[in-house]
Design a protein around this ligand. Structure first.
Ligand SMILES: Nc1ncnc2c1ncn2[C@@H]1O[C@H](COP(=O)(O)OP(=O)(O)OP(=O)(O)O)[C@@H](O)[C@H]1O
Length: 287
């Protein structure tokens, strides 16, 4: 957002013009993002895309959801606009707002509106982090209406035929106070993600970390040990992302023990007892 602009609430005399064709080139993915399918997720997504059904990617952190949506945007030849949701996010952060510019008051589309108007995939990462009054903005977009109401502009934006909404959702993090409303969840086709089976995960770690097969297998075995401790003091086990980080450190010359400590053990828990338990479990996996 240009720094010369400052946000104001609403102005009926504002310039209501919207740039008819903003440059979405920056959101196009030119090179195929490496994605190793683990099931029928590509076929399910493509079928959902054909009907422009909204999709929910459901699974733990660092298991490939973001990489998958990047791969699908590349495959479908659509720009991808990603928004990382957070608890201070307002509907205006998604939809847009009036801004004070040198030429007067102008409307600036938010990332969701840009995607809706111009036909991009919009990926709302961890949408549950956003307040529920923000989440409901997406409701009319996710049913047959495919509309985005911009109350401040007194406008209803009809979605471009190539617009598709994708959200991610980590069921492990939800609590009674912080969960998606049933009426939100039920609007989406869901695709379940989890950490890949060992041989597949080793293949991914090899490729992404530049690790050899032996190292990748050890890291995957360590991940299995940590995942067994889930619910016994650990909220989550080591993610594929963590294994890749450890693989990069170890391939770069750091000892395996130090790489595992830095990329897996320390980030995963602050509790000294839990760290000891995790280290003991990991030692059993090390050669
Ligand atoms: N099936 C896969 N194919 C290729 N790479 C993968 C796959 N699964 C995981 N990865 C690797 O794991 C890393 C982490 O995955 P990603 O960023 O997609 O996680 P995520 O599920 O979106 O996590 P979060 O919920 O925290 O955003 C990716 O950058 C990629 O290197």
């Amino acid at each position: 957002m240009p720094s010369a602009l400052s946000s104001i609430s609403a102005d009926p005399s504002a310039n209501l013009a919207v740039d008819p064709s903003p440059d979405l080139a920056a959101f196009r993915i030119a090179v195929e993002p490496y994605y190793r399918p683990v099931g029928d997720e590509i076929a399910v997504f493509e079928a959902a895309w054909r009907h422009r059904l909204p999709v929910m990617l459901k699974g733990p952190t660092g298991c490939g959801k973001t990489r998958f949506v990047e791969h699908m945007a590349w495959r479908l030849g659509r720009p991808l606009i990603t928004v990382a949701a957070h608890e201070d996010m307002t509907a205006a952060d998604l939809a847009g707002r009036f801004l004070l510019a040198p030429e007067g008051t102008v409307w600036q589309d938010g990332p969701l509106t840009q995607a809706v108007r111009h036909g991009a995939l919009c990926y709302l990462d961890e949408i549950v982090e956003a307040r529920q009054d923000t989440t409901v903005v997406i409701h009319p977009l996710t049913d047959a209406r495919r509309l985005l109401p911009l109350e401040k502009r007194n406008e209803q934006v009809r979605a471009h035929e190539d617009f598709q909404l994708v959200i991610s959702y980590n069921p492990g993090y939800q609590s009674a106070v912080k969960d998606l409303k049933e009426s939100t969840k039920q609007r989406f086709v869901a695709i379940a993600f989890d950490y890949p089976a060992p041989e597949l995960e080793a293949e991914i770690v090899m490729r992404e970390a530049g690790a050899d097969l032996a190292l990748a297998r050890i890291l995957v075995a360590i991940a299995a040990c940590s995942r067994n401790l889930r619910g016994q003091g650990l909220d989550e086990g080591a993610s594929t992302r963590m294994l890749i980080h450890a693989g990069r450190l170890a391939s770069g010359g750091v000892s395996l023990e130090a790489a595992v400590e830095a990329a897996i053990v320390l980030p995963i828990t602050d509790d000294a007892d839990m760290r000891r338990a995790l280290n003991a479990a990991i030692s059993a996996c090390l050669p």
